[in-house]
Design a protein around this ligand. Structure first.
Ligand code: PA5
Length: 443
């Protein structure tokens, strides 16, 4: 399902360094499993896989079906951990080009004759930044469409989603008599302003378990509802993670521990930045999710590798130059699918005016793979240690497995660093300054 290939990493390490790390690695792994480390009240992301709540999965799937049959657009309002998992999964598991229901109808086709063409609501996001222009355009784009809204905020106080929700709620109430039935709240069981609103309006509510931090919440209703509305099989996604959780419980043959080990050894050798690089655009959102997971979990007490992302081969034509020849403080991890569905065969052309007949008969997958292999060798030759995480394919179960793999690895890696991988004290600093500038009472 997921495989780890150390690729060009070993030649950058001194002999036996990995073996020497084993006791610390096992200690960190056991700290996670025994719940004996810092942040041990935030391990709900494992517990929910150890005792799956099938009734909750079924409830979410049923509501998603109802929304799918009634909505043109589903707007998911949230930021950080309340946004990145859903967007990553939807990007990975839905087609690149989707027919838009309203446009198809406007073009004169009959949705009942071709139900599939119009069955998927468009999934849009809001509250994930502070752009007024974006929100204004979104509100105008929504006009005339059947809209459902999911506001997702564990604290209920995060400014970006709270402000966007104020506009969107007003907009919904002006347009729909049943607005309160079209709004779903995903939040803490008790705390926060969203609970007050939810009780007053009677919105459907999903709970974010208090012991699951935002960046670990993709497999809770935070991620699962938007993902299910996108038509993705959340059962397979969730159970892919369950399988990986079981697989990564023993110490032996544990690829999360191996990945954590390499990252920590390179950090100790003075490397500063880890680039997670993809060669399939479908996986770009996973890199964004990974970036938050690793940045927020490890970047504290002046420690941790900076998590950077690269979208190859696109970025080989932008900052590829830096990776090849800039400061030698980079390590690189490739996230590759074995099956990327790129089975287009390059045609031969008699005139060969573009000179590409040397590729005739090859699949796109093979060409993309050679780009990966060439990049990996060139970067290693240029002084960038690199390794590869292989997914068998891009399916709900392998994406679920991938989420758990990265979560387990970052928890172990964080414990090896001697930090609490589950808090994020640093994100409050900018909020304090911003709220003071905005004149928030009490700041
Ligand atoms: O990982 C985290 O805790 C953060 O990224 C939060 O998810 C993000 O700040 C949004 O918080 P909330 O869900 O409380 O609105």
């Amino acid at each position: 399902m997921i495989h780890f290939d150390p690729g060009y990493a070993d030649s950058f390490l001194e002999d036996n360094k990995i073996d020497g790390l084993q006791p610390r690695l096992e200690a960190a792994h056991n700290t996670l499993l025994n719940k004996s480390g810092a942040g041990n009240d935030y391990l709900g992301w494992r517990d929910l896989l150890l005792a799956p709540n099938d009734a909750l999965l079924a409830d979410i799937a049923a509501l998603a079906e109802k929304i799918r049959s009634n909505a043109d657009v589903f707007v998911s309002v949230g930021i950080g951990g309340s946004y990145l998992g859903a967007t990553a999964t939807i990007q990975a598991l839905t087609p690149y080009f989707k027919p838009r229901a309203a446009q198809t109808v406007a073009a004169g086709s009959d949705p009942f004759e071709d139900p599939d063409a119009n069955s998927d609501p468009e999934i849009l996001f809001a509250g994930h930044h502070m752009s007024g222009a974006y929100l204004r355009e979104l509100l105008s784009y929504l006009d005339g469409k059947s809209v459902y809204l999911n506001v997702i905020s564990k604290s209920g106080t995060t400014l970006e989603p709270a402000l966007a929700f104020r506009f969107l709620r007003d907009w919904m109430e002006e347009r729909f008599d049943d607005a309160d039935d079209r709004i779903i709240v995903t939040t803490d069981p008790e705390r926060g302003a969203l609970n007050q609103l939810q009780k007053e309006k009677g919105y459907k509510k999903y709970v974010i378990p208090p012991d699951v931090g935002g960046r670990f919440s993709v497999l809770t209703p935070v991620g699962l509802l938007p993902i299910a509305v996108a038509g993705i099989d959340i059962q397979s996604l969730f159970y892919g993670a369950v399988d990986m959780c079981n697989k990564l419980t023993p110490v032996s043959d544990n690829i999360a521990l191996t990945y954590a080990a390499y990252r920590n050894l390179f950090l100790e050798q003075g490397y500063k930045t880890e680039i997670l690089a993809t060669f399939e655009p479908r996986l770009d959102g996973i890199s964004g999710w990974w970036q938050q997971l690793y940045g927020e979990s490890e970047g504290k007490e002046l420690k941790g590798l900076f998590p950077a992302v690269a979208r190859y081969s696109t970025d080989l034509h932008s900052f590829g130059q830096y990776v090849q020849e800039g400061q030698r403080t980079l390590i690189e991890t490739f996230l590759m699918p074995k099956d990327d569905s790129g089975d287009l065969v390059v045609p031969s052309q008699a005139a060969n005016l573009d000179g590409l007949n040397y590729l005739a008969g090859k699949h796109y997958t093979e060409i993309n793979r050679k780009a990966y292999e060439g990049t990996s060798k060139a970067h290693a030759d240029g002084g960038v240690p690199n390794m590869t995480i292989w997914l068998d394919n891009i399916s709900p179960s392998s994406i679920g497995a991938c989420y758990y793999f990265f979560e387990h690895a970052v928890a172990v890696s964080g414990y090896m660093l001697g930090i609490n991988p589950f808090n994020q004290p640093g994100v409050e600093a900018y909020k304090k300054e911003m709220f003071s500038l905005l004149g928030k009472p009490g700041m």
